[in-house]
Design a protein around this ligand. Sequence first.
Ligand code: HEM
Ligand code: PLO
Length: 474
Amino acid sequence: PDPPQQQGPMPCLPHLPLLGSLPWLRAHLPPHLLFTQLSHRYGPLYSFYLGPHYTVVINSLPHVKEVLLQRGKDFAGRPFMVTTDLLTRGGKDIAFSDFSPLWKSHRRLVHSSFTLFGEGTHKLQDIVLSAVDSLCDELQGSGGAAVDPGPAVSRAVTNVVCTLVFSSTYGRHDPELAQVMDYNNGIVETIAGGGLLDIYPWLKLFPSEVLRKLRECISVRDRLLTRKLEEHKASMMEGAPRDLLDALMQAQRPQGQRSAQQEGEGLTDDHVLMIAAETFGAGVETTSTTLLWILAYLVHHPQVQERVQKELDEVVGRGRGVCVSDRPHLPYLDSVTNEGLRIRPVSPVLIPHTALRDSSIGGHFIKCGTRVLVNMWAIHHDPKHWEQPDLFKPERFLDDKGCRVTPPSFLPFGAGPRVCVGESLARMELFLFLSSLLQRMSFRLPDGAPPPDLQGRVGVVLQPASAPCSPRVQ
Ligand code: HEM
Ligand code: PLO
């Protein structure tokens, strides 16, 4: 049942015509921290105006459940943003596309295509293990000297996703790989940052450095992707998809009674390109960011790293590689991954949602079109749900007997109709990367170096600052 109608209106920040509440939202803090701070003053549910856009911010678990699950369908929309509109050719993707029957069927198609390399197959395992081989070589090449693992980890993850989406991999010094990493970084910095352009779309009529850079990155991406698409068209074998791009292209041409027939409906070449580009971008940025956060925390907490390695020694040993079927027997490693995703969620305010119809949150009326920001950071750091939320304590995800527990206030992938489509793929990949890295090497603080910074830089994802560490062979 719905909670009773609230007394009084929802707390709202002051606002002026045109500017809305922007003068009160000046960014001396990144959004997730600013929103958390405002919740101490205005309560867990409040609103403001981003320029003309009425926006509600959710900072407590019961309201998150209402918005994402109980009334998930009411809030499954996405706002129009200039930057994501450019990135996705007008919403021909999944993540930034507004709710529509086409979005729904394309989302389902991506989901089902993941079974190509999902759980139960050995493919992902082989792909990740071969990427980890080169990653270890590269890290060990430093001979224990201080290195920033960032670029090597990004390259390894890029190669895994490249295999999944295009069946190709890059050598370490391939100029095309550098180009891919460059354009991705450029997009992460410029996209959906809640910048003025996404608030006042008409600003795009004026020269803008952000838009110039974004357009440039997008055109590099498009050249590269179009070539991949053409190559795939020429070499594809009907009925035997090699990768996500094949699966998408085959769904474009339904044959006979195939059940994917409806899902391929309306799937133009533009859609195929945008969906492939997005899966590629999401696959790379989220996984590498999470891995780097976890490595930074392991450098801070050597006793946690030793416990992971002890578990690996007991369950897997050193004589063979880790495999997917080891995962159920490695609960501590999973708890470290979860604690990493809790304390530094890749996407601390998710992607903005909008109300698709008149609805309600916490008994307050919400008008169709309202923007809704879910501050998952606040939930993941709420002292009501977590003891000492700012400390890295993987044991929170284990019970007394060492078995896994998942608290309801842990939602790094979101929930409901817009939940991350890549969740199980991401979890499997994180498991394979972390286990095989830590089986082979340890990450330590270089002598005399300060511990890595744990604040993070905010782009479309929350990234750790580059932090040198000394990888040593186990
Ligand atoms: C959406 C988290 C990995 C593809 C999301 C959202 C979050 C998230 C928080 C937004 C949910 C919302 O707006 O309510 C993560 C995390 C990852 C991860 C923490 C890894 C650690 C991946 C991977 C892929 C992927 C590997 C693809 C291969 C997507 C897509 C959406 C999405 C397509 C948009 C879904 C929609 O709007 O319908 N993810 N993600 N993600 N994710 Fe992930
Ligand atoms: C990363 C840079 C790529 O060039 C484009 C891209 C596509 C999908 C985005 C991803 C970027 C960042 C992380 C996002 C993902 C969709 C879902 C995911 C926003 C911008 C998360 C964590 O929500």
